[in-house]
Design a protein around this ligand. Structure first.
Ligand SMILES: NC(=O)c1ccc[n+]([C@@H]2O[C@H](COP(=O)([O-])OP(=O)(O)OC[C@H]3O[C@@H](n4cnc5c(N)ncnc54)[C@H](O)[C@@H]3O)[C@@H](O)[C@H]2O)c1
Length: 252
């Protein structure tokens, strides 16, 4: 897979899945525009990429803020002239809570970042991709975008929204040389999910969660990054509008 001279914007790039994808894609030649709220980790990522001979820039961004997203995409287009690849990956989880105890504020926050953030990104990216004659977008959903996740109503709703937006937008712009797909990972070890974090919530919870995955292990960020890279590459040139499970068989 080759991304030489491609301009790639990655949200949530400072950590976890976004970080692994940014590192791998830059090694294959892409210029990375790393977008995240976390300035310290974002700056470190850029340093790591440059140290390895790659090209990257960090832009502090709240994906849930339309005006900020508009300004960031405007800056990228002014500075780089195009957006070849966009990975709308920034997201947050929630502390497992029964539906009736989920506060409206938590609901609003999760939906704003996980769902509106992807909507804002896609709108701005597709607008530019139409002008330049094509592009490719990957949105990070979750297995919780394919099935229910008890005690995570807002998260599951937001990820179902990502899958719905991906499918709809992919059909609208398929004739315009724009491919849009989603990935649906199961539990993958990142800052958002660690076995220790789960066991802290309830003793033995991480083992219980592992057993829900037929392969009996959690995902690794590199496995997710590799799938994103494939979807962004020409190797996936006929793949459009899918919600790809990356889940060790969990949703089989
Ligand atoms: N780790 C998992 O088990 C798992 C499973 C399925 C889906 N996902 C999804 O993968 C994506 C990446 O998560 P991760 O596991 O790598 O977590 P992570 O916490 O390691 O990384 C998420 C990044 O998003 C950034 N972010 C959060 N809110 C933001 C905002 N408003 N604006 C800009 N950046 C923001 C964070 O600063 C962080 O750097 C998320 O959408 C998550 O829902 C993760």
């Amino acid at each position: 897979m080759e991304f030489k001279d491609k301009i790639a914007i990655i949200t949530g790039a400072a950590s976890g899945i976004g970080h692994a994808t940014a590192m791998s894609m830059s090694e294959k030649g892409a210029t990375i525009i790393a977008v995240d709220l976390n300035e310290v980790a974002g700056a470190k990522l850029v340093e790591q990429i440059i140290e390895k001979g790659g090209k990257a820039e960090f832009i502090k961004t709240n994906v849930a803020d339309w005006e900020v997203m508009k300004a960031v995409h405007g800056k990228v287009i002014t500075d780089y002239g195009r957006i070849d690849i966009a990975i709308n990956n920034a997201g947050i989880g929630n502390i497992p809570t029964p539906m009736i105890h989920t506060s409206n504020e938590d609901w609003d926050q999760v939906m704003a970042i996980n769902a509106s953030g992807v909507f804002y990104g896609m709108k701005l990216q597709v607008e530019q991709m139409l002008k330049q004659g094509g592009g490719v977008i990957v949105n990070t959903a979750s297995v919780a975008g394919l099935r229910g996740l008890p005690r995570s109503i807002a998260y599951a709703a937001s990820k179902h929204a990502v899958v719905g937006m991906t499918k709809t937008a992919s059909m609208e712009y398929a004739k315009k040389n724009i491919r849009i797909n989603a990935i649906c990972p199961a539990f993958t070890v990142t800052a958002l999910f660690t076995p220790e974090m789960m066991d802290g919530l309830k003793e033995g919870l991480s083992e219980k969660l592992k057993k829900t995955i037929p392969m009996n292990r959690f995902g690794d960020v590199q496995e997710i990054a590799d799938a994103i890279m494939w979807l962004c590459s020409d190797k996936a040139s006929f793949v459009n509008g899918i919600a790809l499970p990356l889940d060790g068989g969990m949703t089989a």
